[in-house]
Write a protein that binds this ligand. Structure first.
Ligand SMILES: [Zn+2]
Length: 105
């Protein structure tokens, strides 16, 4: 049963802190391919073999899992953060740098 004072408790997805839902932040991230089409000219379109192009796409997709296909189209992440982690997240939403270690001197 929900505590009448704190309401529903949730856990911060970064530090694991338990806090009231109303005091937490939701981070929702949508990752999707840019919907714009690659530039084409008349020659490309005239030379396009639609059936061959579809066959190639189907062949390329055949060895991919449903998750792979979905990843290529759209991914949505949703996380819960405590106020402290929320502040740190906003300061660096992409978590840069990922692979570079900061110089120490
Ligand atoms: Zn946290």
């Amino acid at each position: 049963m929900a505590d009448p004072v704190t309401g529903n408790l949730v856990a911060c997805d970064l530090c694991g802190a338990k806090l009231a839902a109303h005091a937490s932040y939701v981070v929702r991230i949508d990752v999707f391919a840019d919907p714009s089409l690659p530039p084409t000219d008349g020659a490309d379109l005239a030379g396009l073999d639609f059936d061959a192009a579809m066959a190639q796409i189907a062949a390329e997709a055949a060895h991919l899992t449903a998750d792979d296909l979905q990843d290529g189209v759209h991914r949505r992440f949703e996380h819960r953060l405590c106020p402290r982690c929320h502040k740190r997240f906003l300061a660096n939403p992409l978590g840069k740098p990922r692979d570079v270690r900061p110089a120490s001197n």
